[in-house]
Design a protein around this ligand. Structure first.
Ligand code: LIP
Length: 269
């Protein structure tokens, strides 16, 4: 652990978390404005079934501008824009302006604004705003996870054949491993959900709405905040934030401790 990271006590991280809560809420309000006029949006294709619109860009600009005003020395990594690198001990904000863009554009009422603080490659603050549900999940290292300020706890389900597990997939991952993990889950009697937002699904693991989440490949902005939110809620996760995760992303799996090994084996990574 770097000296900088060692000095980042919960008391030092709380002001960052409070700022992230305010800014994610601001971003969420902006996203809701676009939600109500999404029929007017021009949609562009970034790749197969991978979409972006002015709404994603506008929310990211809003979130980055406000965080830059409050943290002038920070670096920024966002899905739709900023791709800055942080130096040793430098604060890096990792942002997904609208996670679940396909849901958003198709009118499916589940999407999220995600804001994470990362130091020396380690996520230390995570905030995810679900604007339509008016819910804000927040945590920091040493600061337990809350939703709208209330403590959360993951599920106590202890057998896979009683579990509900969310699964995500996208064109960055080969269909074979995805359908294989799906097959392994349903063979063990698991109820599978496909929610279309990695951030929302990860928050649902933290508060026990689902008993696990897995996706073969996700980008850093899809996971950085959720990783802190689930770990500070007592959920186990794979070693996602290692190596070159900030530039290449990777596989993501998380579940309560009593189910983690079963869900990880079903995921196959
Ligand atoms: C999406 C994730 C989803 C994944 C999609 C995409 P986006 O994030 O939430 O789980 O399957 O490919 O990564 O692009 O809407 O921010």
């Amino acid at each position: 652990m770097s000296e900088t990271r060692r000095l980042l006590s919960p008391d030092r991280l709380r002001p960052w978390m409070d700022a992230a809560i305010e800014v994610a809420t601001l971003g969420g309000a902006r996203a809701l404005q676009w939600w109500h006029k999404r029929a007017t949006l021009t949609v562009e294709q970034k790749g197969k079934n991978d979409w972006v619109s002015e709404a994603d860009r506008d929310v990211e600009r809003t979130v980055v501008a406000e965080l830059r005003r409050r943290f002038p020395g920070a670096a920024f990594l966002g899905e739709e824009g900023a791709k800055e690198q942080a130096g040793p001990g430098q604060l890096l904000w990792v942002i997904d302006p609208i996670d679940g863009t396909t849901n958003f554009l198709r009118g499916m009422p589940l999407f999220a604004v995600s804001v994470a603080a990362v130091v020396d490659g380690e996520p230390v603050v995570g905030v995810i705003r679900l604007p339509l549900q008016a819910e804000t999940f927040a945590a920091a290292r040493g600061v337990p996870t809350t939703v709208n300020g209330a403590p959360v706890s993951p599920s106590k389900v202890s057998h896979l054949d009683e579990a509900v597990v969310a699964l995500g997939s996208n064109r960055k991952s080969e269909p074979g491993p995805v359908s294989a993990s799906y097959a392994r889950l349903i063979e063990q009697g698991v109820e599978v959900r496909r929610l279309g937002s990695a951030c929302a699904a990860t928050c649902f693991v933290a508060c026990g709405r689902v008993d696990g989440y897995l996706e073969q490949h996700l980008s850093p902005w899809d996971v950085a905040a959720g990783l802190v939110i689930v770990e500070e809620a007592g959920v186990r996760a794979n070693d996602y934030a290692s190596g070159t995760w900030l530039s290449s992303g990777g596989p993501w799996v998380c579940a309560p401790p009593q189910l983690f090994e079963g869900v990880r084996q079903a995921a196959g990574f």
